[in-house]
Design a protein around this ligand. Structure first.
Ligand code: WTA
Length: 647
């Protein structure tokens, strides 16, 4: 994982970057000396309807726990992302949409974005959506997804986006949890030339949801989809009939902006709730600083809007900064493995932000797919979602960026709203595989298992000592769970769930999750969710799921399954179980390996020893550690003998 080579800031960036080394030193010092003054200053990036007088009123302590920033200020997110840019750049592209099929694209100017968002907001209002109401989006990567998000913010509705790769069951539970009254979907999605039956999935989900009164269907492919009378409507005609202007609601800075469900180590996915003012400030500030965004540049983040990266760095950050954001419907390998770079050339992309898993998959196909394209417009490259191994980093730097583009490896989480640890291209020397240093006003610390803070070059559990504006505010509907999940492991600190190493230069190297969360192709998954899907199958008695190393996906899903008495393991059943998990959760949760296990290693009190299962899945069977506390140590021998990694 570690690499000692150093890539200094390119000479040109050192002088003309938005944040130079001198700026960075001054800003770090300001943020430390007088944080409220620093944040008051930074918050001027946004347009406030009512200026705030309060700044940080957050506390991580149980007695007065709560997160609050700029509480008495008022603003509107869509006005910040659109209206305030109209005078200067009404005719500049706000969104460039590149379809799955290379022959399809759309360019939407800020003026057009304004009209589209207003019309969508009026359609929502016409169907009874009011301030504070929850609206679920289950959409492909089409401009209407961004219009719908911004339309919600315009009228103060709270959006909850569910990634299109989730199953009807997963969608239903997310709709129920936040009690959405309206769902926005498309007839079908299109990825890599294949149709995704979004509307059919919504229909299946709504069989189990009573709160939904209206389903708005955007026609993406024009497929013939059944429409439920009185519930479903097509967006096109509704849009045409709606007025092209809609006032922007004045929202409190602490009013909820969106909910996004994410996996944790226990229980069902949590509805991470972000607020209006702090979140938007964080998205805007980090987008400008970390990507060194300059007016007129085309910026492309390949994430799907179903994930937090799509929220903060496809839509809110770039649009708040008046940028041109590219939105891509497709996949990296369609029509061929050159697609990313072809799109960069087609639209003159200056800043490109993607995930290590995509880079590793493309790297495997050979350099020719990259070298056949120009990429001369590229200036900054970014990475997100999982640790980037030095080999992939170097390939990205050398082959994709031809040695001239700094790579910003950005560490953050759904909970953090935006980037917390990352290099600043004009100020930070790079080390391949390290997310480098915290951004302004971010206070990471490493603690040992007992919560003791560790100094200097060391390795430990990554916590954050103080609130930052982009921090999540609560778990929707369960404030106690918010506190319990993040602030009780190490009292008084936000615990990230990640482990990290800090080197002698103060650089952070994220080593991965230290809890029961796995990261498959940059998608976060709770092992408990996959286990509960497996045990819901009639033939399964018990299941334990762990991550295993995977050359492309980063981690794969390794499931140990104990069948009910009298059930026989078979290849057929293995396939059934894989298909079962896909239908319960979605294709992103496809198990890579299912090992039928007559018994699982348990302590005498019945607790499954995951540490041992992890080691077996990693193929490290000679490093199992102490197994003498097991109720039946012989199970381990049997598991190793049958292990799929043994070969
Ligand atoms: C991991 C995605 C190493 C980490 C933005 C974190 C990373 C989880 C990096 C959050 C990175 C994200 N280096 N690990 N640059 N970025 N992670 O909520 O384990 O989908 O806790 O947010 O991804 O995943 P989430």
């Amino acid at each position: 994982m570690m690499s000692e080579s150093l890539y200094p800031v390119p000479a040109s960036l050192a002088v003309d970057a938005r944040v130079t080394a001198a700026d960075a030193a001054r800003m770090h010092a300001q943020a430390l000396a007088d944080p409220d003054a620093f944040w008051r200053d930074q918050a001027q990036r946004l347009d406030w309807i009512t200026p705030f007088t309060k700044v940080d009123e957050s506390s991580f302590d149980e007695a007065d726990f709560g997160i609050s920033w700029f509480a008495d200020g008022q603003l509107n997110v869509s006005a910040n992302c659109i209206d305030r840019h109209l005078a200067e750049r009404g005719d500049q592209p706000a969104i460039i949409w590149e379809g799955d099929n290379p022959s399809e694209s759309r360019v939407i100017t800020y003026a057009q974005l304004h009209e589209e968002v207003c019309r969508f907001a009026n359609v929502l209002k016409g169907h009874g959506v009011r301030r504070g109401d929850r609206v679920t989006l289950y959409l492909p990567m089409i401009p209407e997804a961004a219009f719908a998000m911004l339309a919600c913010t315009r009228i103060g509705a709270v959006h909850s986006i569910v990634f299109g790769g989730f199953s009807p069951d997963s969608l239903a539970s997310r709709i129920r949890d936040c009690d959405s009254r309206l769902v926005i979907t498309a007839d079908e999605g299109l990825r890599g030339g294949k149709a995704v039956p979004l509307k059919a999935n919504v229909d299946a989900a709504l069989a189990h949801c009573t709160s939904v009164e209206t389903v708005i269907v955007v026609q993406r492919t024009g497929a013939d989809v059944p429409m439920v009378d009185g519930r479903d409507l097509f967006y096109g005609p509704a849009r045409d009939a709606a007025a092209p202007d809609c006032p922007a609601e004045a929202m409190g800075a602490e009013d909820p902006l969106f909910i996004l469900y994410t996996s944790g180590s226990t229980g069902t996915p949590k509805g991470v709730l972000h607020s209006t003012g702090g979140y938007l400030l964080w998205a805007a500030m980090t987008h400008a600083q970390v990507f060194d965004y300059r007016p007129g540049e085309v910026y492309w983040c390949t994430a799907d809007i179903g994930w937090v990266t799509g929220h903060s760095y496809v839509v809110y950050g770039p649009l708040a900064n008046g940028a041109t954001t590219l939105m891509f419907e497709g996949v990296p390998n369609y029509p061929d493995h050159s697609r990313f770079w072809q799109v960069c050339d087609k639209w003159n992309v200056a800043i490109f932000y993607t995930a290590p898993t995509a880079l590793r998959a493309l790297m495997r196909e050979g350099d020719a797919f990259v070298q056949g394209t120009s990429r001369k417009s590229l200036r900054i490259l970014g990475s997100v979602g999982e640790p980037i191994n030095p080999e992939a980093w170097q390939w990205y730097h050398r082959v994709v960026g031809e040695g001239r583009c700094p790579i910003v490896d950005t560490w953050w989480q759904t909970e953090t709203g935006g980037i917390l640890i990352a290099p600043l291209p004009g100020a930070t020397d790079l080390k391949p595989g390290s997310a480098t240093k915290p951004l302004f006003g971010v206070h990471p610390l490493l603690v040992d298992a007992d919560g003791k803070e560790l100094d200097g070059a060391t390795e430990g559990n990554l916590c954050i000592a103080k609130s930052w504006p982009g921090q999540m505010r609560t778990v929707y509907g369960d404030h106690e769970r918010f506190f319990q999940t993040y602030f009780t492991t190490y009292p008084g600190r936000y615990f990230t769930g990640d482990g990290a190493r800090r080197d002698a230069d103060g650089y952070y190297w994220i080593t991965g999750r230290v809890d029961d969360v796995i990261n498959v192709s940059g998608h976060r998954m709770g092992t408990a969710e996959v286990e509960s899907a497996l045990v819901a199958h009639a033939k399964v008695a018990e299941a334990a799921v762990v991550g295993m190393p995977h050359p492309i996906k980063g981690q794969g899903i390794y499931a140990y399954v104990t069948l009910n008495a009298h059930e026989e393991p078979s290849e057929e059943l293995r396939k059934q179980l894989v298909a079962w998990v896909r239908s319960e959760i979605g294709p992103i949760a496809t198990p890579d390996i299912i090992q039928f296990a007559p018994g699982l290693p348990k302590t005498r009190s019945g607790k499954i020893m995951r540490r041992i299962l992890r080691k077996i899945a990693e193929g490290e069977t000679d490093a199992l550690g102490d197994i003498s506390t097991l109720a039946d140590p012989s199970v381990v021998e049997a598991l190793i003998a049958d292990s799929q990694m043994a070969a």
